[in-house]
Design a protein around this ligand. Sequence first.
Ligand SMILES: Cc1ncc(COP(=O)(O)O)c(C=O)c1O
Length: 288
Amino acid sequence: MILIDDRFVPETEARISYLDRGYCFGDGIYEVFRVYNGRLFEKEAHYERLVRSAREVKLPLPCPIGELDARLSKLLALTGVQEGTVYMQISRGAAPRAHAFPPVGTPPVLLAYCTELKRPVETMRRGVSVITRPDIRWLRCDIKSLNLLGSVLAKQEAVEAGADDVILHRDGIVTECSAANAMIVQGGAIVTHPADHLILHGVTRAVVLRLARELGIPVREERFPLETLMAADEAFLTGTTFEITPIVRIDGRPVADGNPGPITRRLQDAFEALIPQVETRIGEGAPR
Ligand SMILES: Cc1ncc(COP(=O)(O)O)c(C=O)c1O
């Protein structure tokens, strides 16, 4: 089932206008929620970010957040997804193609669907390889906009280079990954780019920094250069679907000894403790 505005329709009947501004201009915003045990994880943080993104691009929400939440809950109940994601986007509606906003009263278009997706536990145990590339995206990466071309091109470069993902940098300063935040461990402290206009303020990023502080691991939200990345004791990425995934190779070189590091593992354990009923676990089978 697909949610379009306030209707739940089968996939084959889901229709969006060819004049939809999300399609023509990428003029809209989105969120991806994690579903554990049939429930949205950290939904308040996602709604807060959605409201902020909408405000920043002057996009009216189609309904109050309480109503949106009720629709997404119904979508989850109808599809029965237990472990997966909910993708949700809101565009500035359909109107004859012109760059300026459409006439006042043009209704925004809401679209959402659920996908079954198991936690990528094997990847979270093993870690991933990344390449580094210049960050060519716009200067409002804090807005979760439908415009993802910079990320798409970067991720494709990673795929073509045989890597799992890409770490982006602006003039040698590490920002984030194509669809995740990047963190390193340096001298026992976690270092990650500040939550400013150059990165997405990840919901998982905030959870991980909170867990780190609870565990007594120092956190520094500061800019760091590529050289610091390459010399890191540990590196990992954070995101709704990746959770906390170790980065074990960067540009073909191992991070430290090339294995996921102890602080990354501690954070993974702490994250798993937040979702005790989930059946897929990293814990079992992971070298500790
Ligand atoms: C560019 C970018 N950074 C970071 C993230 C991670 O954010 P979150 O933890 O909210 O999924 C995403 C998620 O899609 C992203 O696209």
